[in-house]
Ligand binder design. Structure first.
Ligand SMILES: Nc1ncnc2c1ncn2[C@@H]1O[C@H](COP(=O)(O)OP(=O)(O)OP(=O)(O)O)[C@@H](O)[C@H]1O
Length: 304
């Protein structure tokens, strides 16, 4: 099921900064990674989907609703976890999440029950009556997640949910996000400048760079087999490289792996024969899979 559709979506802020440029994408339900370097336009896209920021051009529909004219209906179905620290220090998590439940239109008792449930889901049930000011960064991120869940949305928009967390905290948050997607059947758009972490938990990815769409696809399609063969042998990699080059093959080396373009149907057999002729111990000969990072052209993002 398609849940988000944009057509030529553009946002130019006052001062002439173009944060999104002609973004056309259709997003299916599931756990979706929205990735791009800092300043790529991720937060702007999320804010447009929530009706917090109006687009300058193009259209966006969320659950076939227009966030500009049907803002309340969109927000009834969408939960939002903002990037910045925005929690009041002097109230408990239970009070805060209950309050936001009330603001979403839930009656008092239902809001209290839903708040407890949401805090239990994010692992804060025991600590829910403590003041937020005394919480760790990881706990505060979980409160932000709980408030996004309180009104039982169909879609969560999470802006950099792992911000400020240590590696263990990041793993725990990502596992939680994935569990929300799979166990509760809620779709999640998780925004991050760290490609490596979102690709682990997402079904699909929207990659943007400088406000423009780089690619939107299922992760499985992005990592499809390439037309390069990867060869690994126990010893004798230099001899094998020389032999293949001598056979007219364009060999390149990546660590302990030789990469050979699969330019003809016989490439596989010819490599195998060279390995046998040199009496080498073959560890691997298969089609290399694309890495998701290859779709980024900037080194900054590809390295994360
Ligand atoms: N209210 C605003 N007024 C003017 N320019 C803005 C505003 N908000 C964002 N921008 C600019 O728009 C561009 C995209 O910003 P945006 O916050 O959407 O990117 P991002 O990918 O979420 O980055 P980050 O992770 O750093 O927040 C940036 O150049 C930013 O400086």
């Amino acid at each position: 099921m398609t849940i988000i559709v944009t057509d030529g979506l553009t946002k130019t802020y006052g001062g002439g900064v173009t944060a999104l440029a002609d973004l056309t994408v259709a997003v299916d339900a599931g756990v979706i990674g929205l990735v791009g370097a800092n300043g790529a336009g991720k937060s702007t896209f999320i804010k447009i989907m929530l009706g917090l920021v109006p687009p300058s051009g193009g259209t966006v529909r969320v659950f076939d609703l227009d966030p500009v004219t049907q803002t309340d209906q969109v927000r009834a179905r969408v939960g939002y976890m903002p990037e910045n620290d925005c929690l009041p220090p002097d109230v408990s998590a239970a009070e805060f999440v209950t309050h936001l439940g009330r603001m979403s239109g839930l009656p008092k008792t239902a809001a209290r029950e839903r708040a407890s449930e949401a805090l239990r889901h994010v692992g804060l049930y025991e600590e829910r009556y403590r003041q937020i000011g005394g919480y760790s960064t990881g706990m505060k991120q979980r409160v932000k997640l709980a408030q996004a869940l309180v009104h039982d949305p169909d879609l969560l928009l999470l802006d950099e949910p792992t911000n400020g967390l240590d590696p263990a905290g990041r793993d725990a948050m990502l596992a939680l996000v994935q569990r929300i997607g799979t166990e509760f059947g809620i779709s999640v758009v998780v925004c991050s400048h760290l490609l490596g972490e979102v690709e682990r938990i997402c079904d699909s990815l929207i990659a943007i760079e400088g406000g423009r769409l780089l690619r939107a696809d299922r992760i499985s399609s992005m990592t499809a087999a390439s037309d390069v063969l990867a060869v690994e042998v126990a010893d004798g990699i230099d001899e094998l490289a020389a032999a293949l080059a001598g056979m007219g093959m364009e060999v390149s080396r990546e660590g302990r792996t030789l990469l050979v373009p699969m330019d003809s149907e016989t490439a596989y057999d010819r490599i195998l024969r060279a390995v046998t002729d040199l009496d080498l111990n073959l560890h691997r000969l298969d089609q290399r899979r694309h890495r998701v990072a290859e779709l980024f052209t900037t080194k900054e993002t590809a390295d994360v």
